[in-house]
Design a protein around this ligand. Structure first.
Ligand SMILES: NC(=O)c1ccc[n+]([C@@H]2O[C@H](COP(=O)([O-])OP(=O)(O)OC[C@H]3O[C@@H](n4cnc5c(N)ncnc54)[C@H](OP(=O)(O)O)[C@@H]3O)[C@@H](O)[C@H]2O)c1
Length: 327
């Protein structure tokens, strides 16, 4: 595993880290045993950074992480998110009272006295124009409740606005072979300000693992079933907003240029690591096999210019028309 600096925090984080949404919920059933095994396997392979949220399985993800970390001696950074417990999910809810309550709940779930880093969880765009919200986060830092804070955004424009706030340490954004716009517009700006970037949904919800076909179906309680058209939350979070069949066509083309000895998941992750502005990719994993497969992407050699150009061509031709100007 290789490590990268995480913005201005002084942390060196595993370039392949762990996304803990699926072990919480919304991805079909994941047993507690599998979830715990996946986390241990990731840490065994050098992962030292875990991304979660208070709403993943209504706290299940945070609690499972806490349980696993009690049995580990390594220093592991756990970053969580706040805001999505709001119902309705509106900008005005991002106030002192609510954010404090969300942070207190995550402290309890994670069994710690200070949260390493809290991210605003894809708030309405308006929140980026509410300095008072960032003031509340500054106070939570001062009070010792959180060490650092960052944002998780839907849109590149939100990311650009968010890093105007000097204490925003990190931006989490969808970045993968199917979502390339952040590299065009945002990465240089983040680098100039030494803001960490977390590349989320790195496998396009599994489409970029190459294992799916036109016959693949998903359980009722899997967002790839219930949010395929954005029925529950932003459609960009499911298959990166790419129509399933289009994604399969692109995945087939990518499969044809796969280097020998790499799984397609590893290849998709290695593509992300070609961008030095990225601090870490945070693939989700539901079991040991996936966690190990993903962690080992860090061992792959860099992709050639030719391969990068081939990927860009597939994106431009098949994917770009559907997603490029939407996020
Ligand atoms: N709004 C936000 O802030 C937000 C939104 C989304 C995600 N995130 C964060 O980003 C993380 C990653 O995104 P994601 O989990 O949505 O999507 P992802 O990482 O693109 O896809 C994860 C899924 O792909 C499959 N998979 C993973 N590794 C595999 C492998 N090696 N081989 C085959 N299949 C594999 C698993 O599902 P199956 O086995 O069922 O196919 C897994 O749940 C999340 O866990 C979360 O921490 C944040």
């Amino acid at each position: 595993m290789k490590y990268r600096p995480f913005g201005r925090t002084g942390w060196q984080v595993s370039e392949i880290s762990f996304g803990a949404w699926a072990i919480g919920g919304s991805w079909g059933q994941v047993s507690e045993a599998d979830a715990i095994d996946a986390l241990h396997a990731a840490i065994d392979h050098g992962v030292n950074f875990i991304d979660t949220a208070d709403v993943y399985g209504d706290g299940r993800s945070e609690r499972l992480i806490s349980q696993v970390l009690k049995d580990r001696s390594e220093e592991i950074v756990v970053v969580t998110k706040a805001g999505r417990r709001l119902d309705p999910h509106v900008a005005a809810g991002y106030n002192r009272q609510n954010l404090t309550a969300f942070v207190e709940r995550s402290l309890k779930n994670l069994g710690v006295s200070t949260l390493d880093l809290v991210q605003l969880h894809c708030p309405p765009t308006e929140v980026y124009y509410m300095p008072e919200t960032f003031g509340v986060l500054d106070e939570l830092v001062k009070d010792g409740k959180i060490r650092y804070y960052g944002v998780s955004v839907e849109k590149v424009e939100e990311a650009i606005k968010a890093i105007e706030y000097p204490n925003v340490q990190s931006v989490q954004i969808i970045f993968n072979i199917f979502r390339q716009r952040p590299a065009d517009l945002f990465f240089d700006l983040a680098k100039q300000k030494q803001v960490a970037i977390l590349a989320r949904v790195p496998l396009a919800s599994g489409l970029l693992t190459g294992k799916m076909t036109r016959k693949t179906t998903f359980p009722q309680d899997d967002h790839r079933n219930f949010n395929r058209y954005g029925e529950s939350f932003d459609v960009g979070e499911t298959f990166s907003g790419v129509d399933f069949e289009t994604g399969l066509d692109a995945a087939e083309r990518i499969q044809a240029i796969l280097p020998l000895g790499a799984t397609m998941a590893q290849f998709a992750l290695r593509w992300i690591l070609m961008f030095d502005a990225v601090s870490c990719a945070i693939p989700g994993a539901k079991n040991r096999r996936q966690a190990v497969d993903n962690a080992m992407a860090s061992d792959l050699p860099p992709l050639s210019d030719e391969t990068m150009a081939q990927i860009r061509a597939i994106y431009d031709e098949i994917i770009r028309p559907q997603v490029h100007q939407r996020w």
